[in-house]
Write a protein of this length. Structure first.
Length: 147
């Protein structure tokens, strides 16, 4: 299921356009991660990002981008299973949902593995564009294959 089909604006129809913009930015982030598109990630991720992986590993934007650049962290695929956008005025939005991710994170283990995650993310509107400032994911142990 693509993100566009899974988006639900929880704050009312008058904010649906903002919710669609946030959802589009999240879709762009997932695509940038799959393609290791560093330039796109530099735009989408805020300089003050806090990124907590399902493994418990915590990154800043600097450490996250360094791991992607060095290929220590490589996302093979991001499959959206569900996503909701909660618009908080015109300056912030929270997203939550579920992804199936295939990743190689040599900082955690040497081989690629699949994880099913539940997530919570925060985007802020800065200079007319949505940037991610926080990400927290939790492993769904019932569906994740960590072997």
């Amino acid at each position: 299921m693509g993100l566009a089909g899974a988006v639900g604006a929880r704050s009312g129809t008058d904010e649906h356009g903002l919710a669609d913009s946030v959802a589009a930015q999240e879709k762009a982030r997932a695509a940038a991660l799959e393609h290791a598109d560093v330039a796109a990630l530099e735009r989408i991720l805020a300089d003050d990002l806090t990124y907590v992986h399902a493994s418990g590993k915590t990154d800043t934007k600097t450490s996250f981008m360094a791991a992607i650049r060095s290929q220590a962290l490589h996302y093979v695929s991001w499959q959206s299973k569900a996503m909701h956008v909660c618009v908080l005025g015109s300056a912030a939005a929270a997203i939550d949902g579920e992804y199936l991710v295939r990743v190689t994170d040599r900082r955690v283990k040497p081989d690629a593995f699949n994880v099913n995650i539940f997530f919570l993310g925060v985007y802020v509107n800065r200079d007319g564009r949505w940037q991610m400032v926080a990400w927290q994911s939790t492993l769904d142990v019932a569906l994740s294959l960590l072997s």
